[in-house]
Design a protein around this ligand. Structure first.
Ligand code: HDD
Length: 728
């Protein structure tokens, strides 16, 4: 159970102790699943050493049968996931807002298990797909498990759960040939989207760099729907949940994402695992936007519409506590794979709203676990078990673990002493929020859900110039992969509803005529749909721009856990490497030596230095920044190593901070010349320093380290993209 789990270091001692006990008791032997000790695990039972295998070999049959059944159906969505254990602590009691016990006492550490995921790809797909990331948190509270099953984007594609299977069928690989894997850049996805204007706000997020995060540790999380907080007096308020990463929000470029998918498809999984193993525990603050019930209708959008955010300018996000992930799972299958989340796992004090997407989700999750985990007892799998005591009259079923003693498995009873009993509210019993409901039974969407473009436009307006350029490029890429031209045209027509300049830029990249798409919305909707349903009611957004929507414009502090490549070869200036490494380590960044081969380097003064990666096994895209130290011999080798040059010019192209000292500057200079960047050189043909480039032929690494660290804070230097005259 999560609460009792030992920490990783203590586990090692525990394992040792267990092993010695086993040794003493003779318990170290290989056995069958029935506990029978196995005498030979190398050979099957045969009629003579060269004879046929015998059916009688129950040991072989048991082993192979178990192996044959090792795979379970993968999740229909969010199949590829990575997870970690940790804990959550509230900053101060939220008693005035909610009676949820885990939000009352700052001294209480509530264990959590968090699973991050991509949505569209299969279990073995790449981490760097352009996709939404799942951000599912299971709180093991004293009142039962509470699951906050969110994403890294605050809105969703559709407004009603009835469209979910259509959305997923459209984005998954196409059924005739199962292509493409883990990608939305294909006809069925954009065909569907182009007919669903309500998806436009989410499409803006999906085409932004938010869909290619630098790390799970550096992305936000959102509960998406409006939920309810209910306090002990029964007073309800609307609430939206946010996770804010303490390392800031950072993404990478699409060009990097594609290369990382080849170099390290486990990039995010490895990053999370290594951060926790090295004690760099990822942290997020939980934030809430609270809206009084009387203010339900005061916004120009509907709080129940999951394609809308509440701009932080209208309702600020109040940070109420912190989550820390401090332990990797012991077994991927038992924990990350078998964990079962459900937005309907609630605790007293938190309740639903009538968001029709949320309402539909409440059915889907248990249903899917029944097939995925093989029956109704998935709550007994250790990772899913609550720490709160569990008593009820549910019995039997596949793989039942609990041995229920006693005669009575019904309520009310006298034969079991009346137990288990119902709990009054003051004993922690769950009471659904007593919302007053009126209405006719209809299949209808509220008119207040009809504005599909205002917040898409708000998102677009709130992006920095570089973020807008990336978004345009992403749309050009995705729609460029669409074969049917009518789908592209419909998409451009929809984009024109968001912003005419955006549409024109995308259209230009697709070779479409700009004038034909900036007119009134003209969708070729299939005949059985009423086009009037899809016509936008233009609302005026009361917020012109929202700072919280831009990653680039958000202030950045610190460079903890950033990865810096030190490009070096034999004869490198060892002193420079050591002082740069020391300076970076002092601020929590990690420097790795990358060299033309593996093994050990001989520095200029004859010292041995361990190489972390050879240029064959890594690439610039796996790092956040680059340092090229001097040392004549090292630089001579690097200048003659094409991969070193590629490494440097990719770091430059991807706008990463670069520092070079001594003769190391020549490596940067040569890479820039290869890129045709002579205009960026100064009169003497040398590389000038700027905010993202720190060059010093004379100064020591120690002297430039502070400037390099400062250059790393914003993560990227997008002004360089303009200088590179991006083809967009
Ligand atoms: Fe879902 C999994 C998040 C809408 C049906 N969903 C799943 C996971 C996350 C989300 C993070 C993976 C949990 C894990 O790591 O095991 N889903 C969302 C969000 C949504 C959303 C934020 C909209 C706001 N989902 C949604 C709808 C439906 C589903 C509308 C169906 C009506 N989701 C499922 C599912 C999954 C799932 C089929 C697949 C595996 C699982 O549940 O356990 O039931």
């Amino acid at each position: 159970m999560p609460k009792d789990r030992p920490k990783r270091d203590s586990k090692n001692k525990k394992v040792q102790a267990l092993e010695s006990v086993r040794e003493q008791s003779g318990d170290q032997y290989l056995t069958t699943n029935q506990g029978l000790r196995i005498n030979d695990d190398q050979n099957s039972l045969k009629a003579g050493p060269r004879g046929p295998s015998l059916l009688e070999d129950f040991i072989l049959r048991e082993k192979i049968t178990h192996f044959d059944h090792e795979r379970i159906p993968e999740r229909v969505v969010h199949a590829r996931g990575s997870a970690a254990h940790g804990y959550f602590q509230v900053y101060k009691s939220l008693a005035s807002l909610t009676r949820a016990k885990f939000l009352q006492d700052p001294a209480v550490k509530t264990p959590v298990f968090v699973r991050f995921s991509t949505v569209a790809g299969s279990r073995g797909s790449t981490d760097l797909a352009r996709d939404v990331r799942g951000f599912a948190v299971k709180f093991y509270t004293d009142e039962g498990n509470y699951d906050l099953v969110g994403n890294n984007m605050p809105v969703f594609f559709i407004q009603d759960a009835v469209k979910f299977p259509d959305l997923v069928h459209a984005v998954k690989p196409e059924p005739q040939h199962e292509m493409p894997q883990a990608a939305s850049a294909h006809d069925t996805f954009w065909d569907f989207i182009s007919l669903m204007p309500e998806s436009m706000h989410m499409v803006m997020w999906l085409m932004s760099d938010r869909a290619i995060p630098r790390s799970f540790r550096m992305m936000e999380g959102f509960g998406v729907h409006t939920f309810r907080f209910v306090n002990a007096q029964g007073v309800g308020r609307f609430v939206k949940f946010h996770w804010k990463p303490l390392l800031g929000v950072h993404s990478i470029l699409w060009d990097e994402a594609q290369k990382i998918s080849g170099l390290d498809p486990d990039f995010h999984r490895r990053d999370l695992w290594e951060a926790i193993e090295t004690g760099n525990f990822p942290e997020w603050e939980l934030g809430v936007q609270v809206v009084e019930e009387r203010d339900e209708h005061k916004f120009e959008f509907d709080l129940l519409d999951p394609t809308k955010i509440i701009p932080e300018e209208l309702v600020p996000v109040v940070r109420i506590g912190k989550m820390t992930l401090d332990r990797n799972p012991d077994n991927f299958f038992s924990e990350t794979e078998q964990v079962a989340f459900h937005p309907g796992h609630l605790v007293p004090g938190i309740d639903f709203s009538n968001d029709p997407l949320l309402q539909g989700r409440l059915f889907s999750y248990t249903d899917t676990q029944l097939i995925r985990l093989g029956g109704p007892n998935f709550h007994e799998i250790p990772i899913n078990r609550p720490v709160a005591p569990l008593h009820n009259n549910q019995r039997d079923g596949h793989m039942r673990q609990t041995i229920n003693a006693g005669q009575a498995s019904y309520h009310p009873n006298t034969l079991g002493g009346g137990c288990p009993m119902q709990a009054q509210a003051d004993m922690g019993g769950f009471l659904s929020y007593a919302e007053k409901l009126t209405g006719s039974k209809v299949r209808e969407r509220s008119k207040s859900f009809f504005d599909h473009f205002s917040q898409a436009a708000l998102f677009w307006r709130s992006q920095s110039a570089s973020e807008q350029a990336h978004l345009v490029q992403a749309l050009r890429f995705e729609l460029g992969k669409v074969d049917v031209s009518a789908i592209r045209e419909r998409m451009v027509a929809l984009l024109a509803q968001v912003d005419k300049k955006l549409a024109a830029r995308v259209a230009e990249g697709l070779g479409l005529h700009v004038t034909s798409i900036t007119g009134p919305l003209n969708l070729s909707i299939p005949a059985d749909d009423d086009p009037r349903q899809f016509q936008p009611k233009r609302a005026t957004a009361s917020v012109e721009k929202s700072a919280a929507l831009s990653m680039v414009l958000a202030p950045k502090k610190g460079i903890q856990t950033r990865k810096v490549a030190i490009l070096a070869a034999d004869g490198v200036d060892g002193q420079a490497v050591v002082s740069m490494k020391t300076a970076l380590a002092a601020v929590g960044a990690m420097a790795k030596i990358v060299a033309p081969r593996s093994g050990v380097l001989k520095t200029a003064d004859g010292t041995d230095m361990k190489i972390d990666f050879s240029l064959l096994t890594t690439g610039s895209v796996l790092f956040d920044a680059l340092y090229i130290p001097g040392g004549e011999e090292s630089v001579w080798t690097l200048l003659r190593t094409p991969k070193a040059s590629m490494f440097t010019h990719e770091a430059y192209l991807h706008c990463k901070p670069i520092a070079a000292t001594g003769a190391g500057v020549n490596v940067l200079q040569s890479a820039m010349s290869l890129l045709g960047l002579h205009k960026s050189m100064d009169k003497s043909g040398d590389v000038p320093s700027d905010e993202g480039i720190v060059v010093a032929r004379q100064a020591s690494a120690k002297q430039v380290a502070a400037r390099f660290i400062k250059a790393m804070e914003p993560h990227r230097h997008w002004a360089r993209e303009i200088e590179l005259a991006s083809p967009e």
